[in-house]
Design a protein around this ligand. Structure first.
Ligand code: ADP
Ligand code: GN1
Ligand code: MG
Length: 374
């Protein structure tokens, strides 16, 4: 996202709806998320609090009050538990939401857009591409710890912000509908991709079936663990898990698979040349170590065995989701060019092929690490 300072009067005005304690120096578009619009509100006092303003994408999240209610339940739970951990700094490690002046968790503007504000966590970094094993290890620890902290959150409090979010059967139904409608006239360009998806479909239902059979427990998981959704500090130590909009019941393999999707890939998620997509096995091993160091305390054997299935499923599901959006005419994900979603589809498809080829090596690393931390 560009780093220019916004002079948009509307944005400057709506900031005044929140309990923001700052003389504002500037407001800049921030981050590289695909869903929300994010701005960094810079305090004129360098020692004061900075803020993060977000317009919540209500095409993606149809029930914003439910979404914000979940967010408050999750952050309140974390703010009760984190202070009990020796050496913890709750303000740095848990997102802090800023209320509006009328004590609401979000503000709805006259155009029907929803806005929220967090404390900006200064001195942190989020990585679109992981560079070192330490970063990968710390990310694994952060997401494993996050799942452990939420294990005792009352699931009745949490609503589905996007129903069937990681249900591959629903995702395939949505793709089939998009193919039938072909609103953008693009189906003819993606016949090999559709064939690939259909050939793999049956084997990708395994986690769902194990869940339905009661073999895999549902837990509260993050559901969007791509690596730029964990903030690391200046020393590349894990600081805070962010982007809590999809925290919902699900399977741990989904979170593991989504992180690995972004860590193991030697190329970008939207790499234009699929031949550059390869696997960085040392980063995979480092993430697995960090994750299992935390999660081995609560994972069942069935869950440990399901992790590799998540590693294959989530990139495959991403192929299905990017392609569906391409066929729908790019309504869901932000795009930077007319065929961006196609480029993403092809890059993720190349990743699925690589993962399938190396499945045994990856499973061996998971089991070896599991034994080590048992
Ligand atoms: P999206 O759903 O669009 O991905 P995120 O909530 O992940 O939105 O925010 C986008 C980016 O903004 C993140 O990847 C991260 O770089 C940054 N970010 C989010 N929350 C904070 C925060 N509280 N402090 C500092 N940076 C943040
Ligand atoms: C979106 O919001 P962001 O950019 O962290 C998406 C994820 C996808 C991801 C693909 C709510 O994540 O599910 O895996 O893009 N979030 C939502 O990069 O759909
Ligand atoms: Mg994000």
């Amino acid at each position: 996202m560009s780093n220019h300072i916004t002079t948009d009067k509307h944005i400057i005005n709506l900031i005044s709806a929140f309990k923001i304690d700052a003389k504002i120096a500037s407001v800049k578009p921030f981050g590289s998320g695909h869903i929300n619009d994010t701005y960094h509100i810079v305090n004129a006092d360098p020692g004061g609090t900075d803020y993060l303003l977000q317009r919540i994408n209500h095409y993606v999240f149809r029930d914003v009050p439910a979404l914000m209610s979940n967010l408050l339940h999750v952050t309140t739970h974390l703010k009760q538990k984190v202070p009990l951990i020796p050496g913890a700094d709750t303000e740095k490690e848990v997102l802090t939401l800023v209320e509006t002046k009328t004590n609401q968790p979000y503000f709805k503007d006259s155009d029907g857009n929803y806005w929220r504000v967090f404390h900006f966590l200064k001195g942190t970094k989020s990585y679109d591409n992981v560079e070192t094993e330490q970063q990968a290890f710390e990310g694994g620890k952060a997401f494993g710890h996050f799942q452990a902290l939420l294990a005792d959150l009352d699931t009745n409090l949490i609503k589905d912000t996007i129903p069937d979010f990681h249900n591959i059967e629903s995702r395939l139904d949505q793709l089939n509908q998009a193919i039938d409608k072909d609103v953008a006239g693009r189906v003819k360009m993606v016949l090999p991709e559709i064939e690939f998806i259909r050939l793999q479909a049956d084997q990708m239902s395994e986690i769902l079936l194990l869940g339905k059979a009661g073999i895999l427990p549902q837990r509260i998981v993050h559901n969007d663990t791509k690596f730029n959704n964990v903030l690391l500090d200046k020393e590349d130590k894990a600081q805070c898990v962010i982007d809590l909009d999809t925290v919902m019941p699900g399977y741990v393999a989904y979170d593991f698979g989504d992180s690995i999707r972004t860590i193991i890939n030697t190329a970008a998620e939207d790499e234009a040349n699929p031949n550059l997509v390869g696997l960085n096995i040392p980063l995979f091993e480092a993430y697995t170590k960090g994750y299992l160091q935390e999660a081995n305390t609560f994972l069942t054997d069935a869950e440990t065995n399901s992790l590799i299935k998540g590693v294959l499923l989530i990139p495959y599901m991403q192929v299905v989701r990017f392609l569906t959006d391409y066929l729908d005419g790019d309504k869901y994900y932000k795009v930077n060019s007319p065929h961006h979603n196609l480029q993403r589809t092809r890059a993720q498809l190349a990743l699925v092929k690589q993962l399938e080829k190396n499945q045994e090596t990856l499973q061996h690393i998971i089991l070896k690490t599991h034994e080590y931390y048992k």
